[in-house]
Ligand binder design. Structure first.
Ligand SMILES: N[C@@H](CCC(=O)N[C@@H](CS)C(=O)NCC(=O)O)C(=O)O
Length: 229
């Protein structure tokens, strides 16, 4: 009865890997290069019909979608990293677990622009727009994290393994110069041993191997207004 995580380094499956490391439960890791040779192989399509990661196989259950896996694992282990139904923080916990995906999509669109689209087809408008969307997300997080260490007032939770990965990922495209509270959050994440265990060994920056092919990170102006959330 082994639980198996299908993973590619520095992709959304890092959320699950990090969470499993935080939970300290036994699992088997199948780590693949981010390459269709592996992701579209017949064997893997039998696990995830679209050949995406993460996918988790737990006995006779196969589940995909990083947010769903996060909820599943917290429930399975009754972990304090989740917020169970009835917990006053449950709605916010769900919100941040799933918001993480909204934020990441902007980063993913930037990877598409810089890496997968030819130079002739690359769009400065899309790059600008998606970077600014990340900036708006950071402005919102800045206001929250100015008053608390993690995304929920009560402290670290699996919402941070979801959101923290998105914050990690976007550091390849933007700077946190005017988002000091987000920077401090990011530093706190890095200090967690379970996060470090989920990183490719020896790597100190997000998407380090791709950085030479990405443009200069976008710098933002300080957020103008302080809106109470
Ligand atoms: N919403 C899904 C997205 C899964 C996804 O698209 N993962 C990417 C890696 S970050 C992938 O597998 N891409 C491979 C492909 O599109 O072929 C989740 O959160 O798990």
């Amino acid at each position: 009865m082994t639980m198996t995580l299908y993973h590619c380094p520095e992709t959304r499956s890092m959320r699950t890997l990090w969470l499993l490391n935080e939970l300290g439960v036994p699992f088997e890791l199948v780590s693949m290069p981010f390459d269709h040779k592996f992701l579209r192989a017949k064997d893997y399509l039998a696990v995830h019909p679209l050949g995406r990661i993460p996918a988790l196989v737990d006995d006779d259950l196969t589940i995909f979608e990083s947010g769903a896996i996060c909820e599943y694992l917290c429930e399975k282990y009754g972990s304090e990293l989740g917020r169970a139904p009835g917990d006053p923080e449950r709605p916010r916990w769900l919100q941040w677990v799933h918001f993480a995906e909204t934020m990441l999509v902007h980063g993913q669109n930037l990877v598409q622009q810089w890496i997968f689209v030819s130079e002739a087809e690359r769009s400065p408008i899309v790059i600008n727009l998606e970077s600014r969307r990340i900036g708006k997300c950071l402005d919102m997080l800045e206001r929250i994290l100015a008053n608390q260490e993690y995304i929920l007032p009560s402290g670290f939770s699996a919402a941070d393994t979801s959101l923290g990965f998105s914050v990690y990922f976007v550091t390849a495209f933007v700077t946190f110069d005017v988002h000091p509270a987000v920077q401090a959050y990011y530093d706190r994440i890095w200090a967690r041993p379970a996060f470090q265990q989920s990183m490719p060994p020896g790597q100190t920056k997000a998407l380090e191997w791709l950085l030479p092919r990405l443009g200069q990170p976008m710098k933002f102006r300080a957020p103008a207004e302080k809106i109470a959330l």
